[in-house]
Every structure is written in C-alpha cells, then in structure tokens.
Design a protein around this ligand. Sequence first.
Ligand code: NAD
Ligand code: ZN
Length: 391
Amino acid sequence: MKALTWHGQGDVRVDTHPDPEIQEPTDVVIRVTSTAICGSDLHLFDGFMPSMEPGDIIGHEPMGVVEEVGSGVTNLKKGDRVVVPFTISCGHCWFCEQTMYSLCDTSNPNAEMAREAMGHSPAGLFGFSHMLGGFAGGQAEYLRVPHADVGPIVVPDGMTDEQVLFLSDIFPTGYQAAENAEIEGGDTVAVWGCGPVGQFAIQSAWMMGAGRVIAIDREPERLRMAKENSKAEVVNFEEIDGPVHKHLIDMTDGRGPDRCIDAVGAEAHAANDAKALVDQAAQAVHLQSDRGYALQQAIMACRKGGTISVPGVYAKTLTLPFGAAMNKGVTFKMGQTHVQRYLEPLMKKIQDGDIDPSFIITHTAPLDDAPEMYETFRDKKDDCIKVVLKP
Ligand code: NAD
Ligand code: ZN
C-alpha cells in the first residue's frame, strides 16, 4: 500500500509499505477513505517530538471502511464505515473504566520508555512517537486498528466523511479543552491559536455558555474564520502594542479572562526556545514580550482564581511564570483527549445540526500530494487551515 512516512525534520514521503494485517484478535483493518493532517503532525514535521524513526507511517485522524475483522471483535463487521479515534484504549483498565481513555494503562507497548521519560505511560496513539507506542498511522491506504471494539464509531447512513471525520480528534479536542476550562455561564474565554483545535474550542465554549470569547493569532485568514464563523472577538498579536496579557486584561476591565485555553502548544514554545538560546535572561524577556509562549501569556492574563486549559501539545520542559500562577490561584487542566468519551455525544450534535465540522476544511488532496500539503499547512500557504487527504 501507499503510506506517508516520516524521514526527519521537514521530510515526509509517500512510500510503499506492506498492507497491515490482523495481529491480535481484537484488531480490525480499515481501508482509509479520508484522513486529515493535524497540528500535532506538524510537531513531528518540525522535529519537536522525540523517539521518531525514519520510515514511520504518520497520521492519526482517519476514517474508512472495515475490511478485515479479528476473531475477538464483536462491535464491528466487514463493510462498516467508521471514524477512528487517535487514542488507542483497551476499554477495561482502571483508567478506561473512568473514561480517561487517553491515559489507558495497557495500550502502549513501549510503556517502559514512557515511564522512563514521564514517570507513567499514557495510552498508545496512532502515528506518533515510539514513546507512545510507535503504532503505524492513518495517512495511508490501510490501517490496523487495535482494540477495535473500544475506539471506532460506526457512521450513521447519509453522513459524509467531511461531516464526521473530525470526531477522530480535533472536534473532541476542542470540546474537551472547553470542558477542562470549567466554563460557567457568562464567562469570558480567551483562546490562543485559531487553528483547527482553536476553532473547535471557540465553538465549544459557546456551547457551554460562554458570554464572550476572545481569540488570539496572527494569521489573518484564521482570525477571519474565528470572527465570522466561530463568532469570537479577535486579537492579532502582531498588531497590538505591548504584551498580549495586558491587552486582554484591558479588554476585560482589568479582571482578565475567566478561562484561558492554549490551543497552540509546541509551535509557540519552539519560537521562544530559539530566543532563549540568545538571551540567558529568557524568563524576564518572555514576560515582557508580546510574543512569549501562549502558555506564559495565558498565565499572566488569566483572572485570579481562573482556569487554564491546555490542549496544545508540549513535549519538553518549559519555562513558566509559576509564581504568578500560584499567587493568582489558577487551576490548570490539560491532556491528550479522551476521544472515546465524546464520540457519541458529539456525533449527536452533528446529526442534530448543532454544528457542521466540515467548515474547517480548506484543502482536499490525494495522498500522493501529502508532502506538499504538509508544507502548505505548516506555512499557512494559500490560506490553509485544514487539509483532508483522500488515499
Ligand atoms: P495549528 O498549528 O494549525 O494551529 C496553531 C495556531 O496557533 C496557528 O494558527 C498559529 O498561527 C497560532 N499561534 C502560534 N503561536 C501563537 C501565539 N503565541 N499566540 C497565539 N496563536 C499562536 O494546530 P492545531 O491543529 O489547531 O492544533 C493546535 C494544538 O493542539 C497543537 O499543539 C496540537 O498538537 C494540539 N492538539 C492536541 C490534541 C490533544 O489531544 N490535546 C489533539 C489535537 C491537537
Ligand atoms: Zn490530531
């Protein structure tokens, strides 16, 4: 089969690989019909993620048709059309029983490597670092899906790939980000990053009763979508005077946003890393800068006693104004998304017409064009916001 493989920073290629086969009785194999490129894939493309190996098949936002079914699978049959969550979860460990699927205790075959780096092992993920399982990803013609009774959701008749594909990751991720922000009716919510995750976080914040949503980015087309489609007030951080957090505090009559969501992650961190190298007084610089990490800005902006939710993915140790966070009594919530928890309720919202997630798609391309599409998405060329590949 054809598959998109990682070969190092800025180097992804469409290669030929053996078709995946059933390895465990609980597996299925799907023929992938649509598969998206995620901001998390950009962290791989940018070389920020540890423990990748040349030739790894990447991609974790797939859907398709079940072609082969392991002998132990009871919920799926050949021919079912399914969306596959990016989190691989066994469904029966202590964490899965608490619906903390992205923290599954058993699905990561490289748990020891994860424990060495993090103290514990989170769930395995498709198409991500070997520390999180090294599972072949879904930007490919076929995908082996472990624990197939727990993850994939069958798509009701009459719904297009484009309507349901983002249940695999970014819609639940934006939704969990808003839930983690502990939004109460009338709250002012600030969202850093107007990429796909930020857009779904904004829309979810409204669903949870936000009174005001302020979105921060520098990409005009993404800010336009945040404003016109997702109905947020927008701040272009390159066009304001002074630090972002001061601007937000001014916009909220001195109080600061009640809830802050960092939907940027390692991208902003990396920009600052380079800066830190040339300035040993990095922390002071970050705090005065209008460009610090989104997470630093969120801590400085958040109202006293507010909540900071972090869907943005980080892989390294960060410098944070933790004293400010402590003295202001903020709450942090974060993590990879427990996708399985949200599949049914969010599918229902799509069916009921509360939201049509396809608004986010700006580019559709064949798998062969994936290397070019990675550059287009990373560099926001051609106003790119979300790419769907059709293997
Ligand atoms: P994306 O790269 O398309 O969007 C990131 C946006 O942040 C861009 O529009 C960029 O211009 C903007 N940005 C960069 N620096 C900024 C700053 N300092 N302030 C404000 N905006 C800034 O990515 P995405 O697909 O929307 O994903 C966003 C983040 O969510 C990534 O870190 C991704 O890895 C993460 N993610 C997490 C999960 C999860 O389970 N928690 C799932 C999917 C994605
Ligand atoms: Zn993703």
